[in-house]
Design a protein around this ligand. Structure first.
Ligand code: PLP
Length: 541
């Protein structure tokens, strides 16, 4: 059953892949054949057909989820908690249980075998102290990882909801925003907010632009125009806030970069903002921000640059003397930028920054309500209560890493990226997808099935590769930790390619079988049904 692997492989595409896998699962298990090609039309015209298909999808999802989570004895031995215990357990026992679940069920990003989710530094073992509140003893040496972890723990019970309550948090947040604004050459007018991640930063930008256009231009049916390669968080924001997304073209056969003219052509009087990425996630390609900005100025539209992925790399790559086209606030026309401190800023998960050119934009991000019997309410972002730990640890990350640290890590990443690019070129049949400008390298193989190769890489060599579609390809977000085993990665890659050449049946199993059916899914509505059902099951105890 290939579904489990699908989920291990895909980060941003988790949901999509699950759908595809599930539909294929359904298909290979006969149901699909029974329904045949009539599914789409049946759904539309036959009363009750949708219910029947739904019921079948539910059963298939159940079976798939059961198979996906292999029982591990040690984890099963930890008692399942479905009711708050009558008497609280001792803290030590609580931690022992968590440590077991974490060790047995989760990967360790510090192994350097993952290419998404966690941005692991090289040679940083976690060794957190026990008393989070006391400063370290004089002369004690504290690693970057410990500093950020301890900062998080020191502040995790504080709340950034009300800036007058925990006053150090207000100062730390303003300092994080100031340091980031300086890094991306923002003018003195720029203002920002620390959010919990790229998604929240993007939600806030879309909301602000929707509300700005509504207030200032009376736009009632808002749309944003964004290249097909932008992160799905824009889709999510649009879905939540009643905004249409118009997808513009990108150079799919070449650089992977977006076409600014195509984007401009999709703008109309209901457009509230243009969007592009620096760089986009799938291929690490940086969109032509200056061309987007020229259109934005001409059309009188705001331009959001999504730098969530590489915003903490590009400034240092530029200082390394590599050519990096302008993408930040130096470009006239850029009105907001999102950057994730929890990616190449190396902070613990839960921190990102959304920056606007000025409060003329940011004011539309705020939510204020004065009629509540519980008091006056105002909040800058999606959350109510805000864990102070995310702000404190973001601050600790920036201050502890320093420019020298960011430069050092950027150099290591770009050298690893160069090595990957060189190896792609030196591997017969392999080629790059898009231009790997910043952080990520994406590549495919024209002669063997890349999904089968990924299975061998995982099963034989322990590498968890990210898989992408359109075309079928690998995605590697490169972290500092990957420098260590880069030769081994490519030796293992060549071995895995050879294994698939030697045994073509591998291309008919596992991930390959699953992805092979992608193009054959007949009905978009069914895909969404499957997805939703799948997610509901995943989070049912
Ligand atoms: C990761 C990412 C996001 C979303 O960030 P989250 O922190 O996962 O919410 C948005 N845009 C790009 C380009 C990204 O890589």
């Amino acid at each position: 059953m290939p579904l489990p692997k699908a989920l291990v492989y895909a980060e941003h595409a988790v949901a999509g892949v699950a759908v595809l896998a599930g539909l294929d699962y359904v298909r290979r298990n006969g149901v699909w054949r029974a329904l045949g090609g009539v599914v789409s039309s049946a759904l539309a015209v036959v009363p009750g057909a949708k219910g029947a298909v739904h019921a079948q999808i539910e059963r298939e999802v159940d079976a798939a989820v059961d198979e996906m989570f292999e029982e591990k004895e040690e984890a099963s031995a930890v008692p399942r908690m479905t009711r708050i215990p009558d008497e609280g357990l001792p803290g030590a026992e609580v931690l022992r249980r968590l440590a077991t679940l974490h060790r047995v069920l989760d990967p360790n990003p510090a192994d350097g075998r993952m290419f998404a989710y966690s941005y692991a530094l090289d040679g940083e073992e976690e060794h957190a102290g026990e008393d989070w509140h006391s400063p370290p003893a004089d002369g004690a040496s504290v690693t970057f990882k410990d500093a950020t972890t301890r900062a998080f723990c020191m502040y995790m019970h504080s709340n950034g909801l009300n800036p007058s309550a925990f006053q150090s948090l207000r100062r730390l947040e303003n300092e994080v925003v100031a340091m980031v604004a300086d890094m991306v050459n923002a003018p003195a007018s720029a203002r920002g907010t620390v959010t919990t991640g790229g998604t929240e930063s993007i939600l806030m930008a879309v909301k602000a632009y929707r509300d700005k256009a509504r207030k200032e231009r009376g736009v009632a049916r808002p749309n944003i125009v964004a290249p097909r390669t932008v992160h799905p968080a824009f889709e999510k924001a649009a879905h939540y806030f009643g905004v249409e997304v118009r997808h513009s073209a990108y150079d799919a056969a070449g650089s992977g970069r977006a076409d600014a003219d195509a984007a401009a052509a999709l703008c109309d009087s209901n457009t509230v903002a243009l969007v592009c990425s620096a760089p986009q996630y799938p291929h690490g390609a940086t969109d032509p921000v200056e061309a987007f900005a020229a259109h934005a100025r001409r059309l009188g539209l705001p331009l959001h640059v999504d730098a969530c992925f590489g915003g903490f790399l590009s400034p240092w790559v530029e200082r390394l003397g590599r050519p990096v086209p302008l993408w930040d606030f130096r470009v006239d026309g850029v009105t907001s930028i999102s950057l994730d401190v929890h990616k190449y800023g190396y902070a613990p998960k839960g921190s990102s920054v959304v920056l606007f050119l000025s409060d003329e934009y940011r004011k539309y991000q705020m939510f204020a309500y004065g009629e509540w019997p519980g008091g006056l309410f105002v909040s800058p972002s999606m959350l109510g209560s805000r864990n102070g730990g995310t702000v404190a640890s973001a601050w600790a990350a920036l201050v502890c890493m320093g420019r020298d640290g960011y430069m050092r890590n950027a150099r290591a990443i770009m050298e690893t990226a160069d090595y990957y690019v060189e190896q792609v070129g030196a591997t017969p049949g392999m080629r790059l997808i898009g231009t790997p400008d910043i952080g990520a390298v994406s590549f495919t193989h024209d002669e063997v099935n890349v999904f089968a190769v990924a299975d061998v890489m995982k099963q034989r060599h322990g590498w968890s590769l990210e898989l992408q579609q359109g075309p079928d390809s690998f995605h590697c977000s490169l972290m500092p930790v990957h420098a260590r085993d880069k030769e081994k990665f490519w030796n293992d890659m060549r071995d895995s390619i050879q294994a698939v050449r030697d045994d073509p049946s591998l291309a008919k199993k596992g991930s390959a079988a699953m992805y092979g059916s992608v193009g054959r899914i007949p009905d978009g509505g069914l895909v969404t049904d499957f997805l939703t059902t799948f997610m509901l099951k995943m989070f049912s105890s």
